[in-house]
Design a protein around this ligand. Structure first.
Ligand code: CTP
Length: 234
């Protein structure tokens, strides 16, 4: 309704939220990189929706998309830079959303000069990057809510559930990137939000801002339940 869009609930007031967005670029030489098709739109929509609901937002992004005033924006390119920035900011955040498509592999070395055709076809040797989401999961503070993303092309639920458990996330937002109008480069998305107890919340094809709203609704629920669990423990 008109009212809902003009005055969102202020349920994130006083909550510090860290969001990563976009696809990392791993340089091969001064002019080339290994990249991926992430546009950053879903991560940016989550950052904007969180800020609109009162959160103090830090957005780590590989994109030049415009960011509303009031959101702290950290612009970077590589998986290593993203790892450093996210691990530095995460300890002071109650919510961390890893929407970025972080490279799983990076060239072992960056050529200082542009690779020349006359030197023949290059062999680019890749090495694994640090898994930022898994690192966050391993060092998760009590009460902190960790949200991962999964772009799958098959067995969406099984793969996403496995990812949530392996990386110790609280919520996993899975999309089927093989489906039409879903995921990379689109303004719309269709996702399944999976929780730790196996609960599934389907968000039918909608604008990424609407998907962001649904993700934040799930985060609020988890925030309140972890908050209560921590109080009961102490
Ligand atoms: N991720 C990360 N650091 C990486 C790679 C991925 O933090 N180096 C995060 C993404 O931000 C996203 C989730 O992990 O939240 C996506 O995981 P994905 O790359 O799909 O999982 P993998 O363990 O690499 O599984 P696979 O490639 O086998 O699907």
């Amino acid at each position: 309704s008109e009212l809902a869009t003009s005055s969102p609930p202020q349920d994130f007031t006083g909550v510090k939220v860290l969001v990563s967005a976009g696809g990392t670029r791993e340089p091969i030489d001064p002019v080339r990189f290994v990249g991926n098709r992430s546009s950053g739109k879903q991560g940016h929509a989550i950052a904007e929706e969180a800020a609109a609901r009162g959160a103090e937002v830090t957005l780590v992004t590989t994109t030049d998309l415009p960011v509303p005033a009031g959101i702290e924006r950290i612009r970077l390119d590589t998986a290593a830079e993203l790892h450093r920035a996210v691990m530095a900011a995460a300890p002071r955040c109650q919510v961390v959303v890893m929407a970025a498509a972080v490279a799983d592999f990076t060239p072992v070395a960056v050529a200082t000069d542009k690779l020349k055709k006359r030197d023949g076809v290059p062999v680019v040797e890749l090495v694994p990057t640090v898994d930022v989401l898994a690192s966050l999961g391993a060092s998760k503070a009590p009460g902190q809510v960790l949200v991962g993303f999964a772009a799958e092309t098959s067995d969406v639920v099984a793969n996403a559930t496995d990812k949530l458990q392996r990386k110790n996330a609280d919520l996993l937002v899975a999309n089927d990137v093989g489906a039409p109008d879903v995921g990379f480069e689109h303004d719309t998305n269709e996702v399944l939000i999976i929780g730790r107890d196996g609960d599934q919340h389907h968000v039918p094809l909608a604008h990424k801002r609407d998907v962001a709203r649904a993700v934040l609704d799930r985060i609020t629920t988890v925030l309140h339940s972890v908050g209560r669990a921590d109080e009961e423990q102490s």
